[in-house]
Design a protein around this ligand. Structure first.
Ligand code: HEC
Ligand code: HEC
Ligand code: HEC
Ligand code: HEC
Length: 126
């Protein structure tokens, strides 16, 4: 009898945990640029506003730099323009799209000593 109650309670606890995990995951926005589909890895976790608030990033141009004639223009910004508009997936000149994401995300995490730098830290499995 007690063993059966224990089993039922364990089943409920497991269900609650599974539901919590399922909801937490579907709530987390990820980067899924059209240009990189179909992605080999689980799409990188990036909750735009929450990330930037936590990281205290107020200057949009830190990530959304503007450019002219193939060079970054420090005084401008390009929020609203997808990275892929300037960084082609198969670019042979300059920074191609995957490198653009990797360099921007990882360089800051490395220099600040905060944020994930291992593959699974950003490409979080479901
Ligand atoms: C840490 C880097 C970073 C910072 C800082 C940042 N963004 Fe972004 N933002 C991104 C990335 C990455 C994307 C996705 C772009 C892509 O994949 O083409 C994005 C997308 C967007 C988009 C496109 C709409 C959408 O949700 O897809 C808008 C608009 C935007 N950002 C506005 C802003 C504004 C305004 C600020 C400053 C208050 C800002 N961003 C600061 C990285 C950043
Ligand atoms: C308006 C065009 C434009 C947009 C939009 C743009 N870039 Fe760039 N980016 C450039 C140009 C031009 C360069 C310099 C040449 C090169 O490296 O390709 C550059 C350079 C870079 C570099 C290498 C130099 C550095 O600063 O470390 C990275 C990394 C990068 N971009 C990431 C991104 C990411 C990530 C996004 C989207 C959030 C983005 N870029 C949006 C035009 C753009
Ligand atoms: C200019 C600096 C900077 C850039 C660029 C940046 N990050 Fe971060 N990121 C941080 C910092 C700082 C933290 C740690 C925030 C904290 O918890 O204090 C962080 C934390 C994270 C976390 C941990 C989750 C969280 O909310 O605590 C993830 C995931 C992440 N970043 C993904 C990305 C991705 C993906 C990109 C590129 C699209 C990116 N970051 C670009 C600074 C940056
Ligand atoms: C700081 C965050 C971050 C880390 C760490 C990171 N990536 Fe990424 N990666 C991204 C972002 C952002 C993109 C563009 C959005 C996407 O495709 O998930 C990307 C795209 C990719 C892509 C192209 C899209 C696809 O899935 O086919 C591959 C492949 C990839 N990463 C492999 C790796 C590998 C391997 C590592 C470890 C050596 C790694 N990444 C570490 C953020 C990261």
């Amino acid at each position: 009898m007690f063993r059966r109650i224990g089993t039922v309670m364990l089943a409920f606890a497991t269900l609650a945990l599974l539901l919590a995990v399922a909801f937490a995951r579907t709530d987390t926005p990820r980067l899924e640029p059209e240009a990189l589909k179909p992605q080999q890895r689980p799409a990188a976790v990036f909750d735009h506003d929450a990330h930037n608030e936590k990281a205290k990033l107020e200057n949009c141009a830190v990530c959304h730099h503007d450019a002219k004639d193939g060079k970054i223009v420090p005084e401008g910004s390009s929020e609203g323009t997808p990275c892929a508009d300037c960084h082609a997936k198969a670019a042979t000149k300059g920074t191609h799209l995957v490198n653009a994401y990797h360099r921007q995300c990882m360089n800051c995490h490395k220099t600040s000593g905060k944020g994930p730098t291992s593959c699974g830290g950003c490409h979080v499995r479901d």
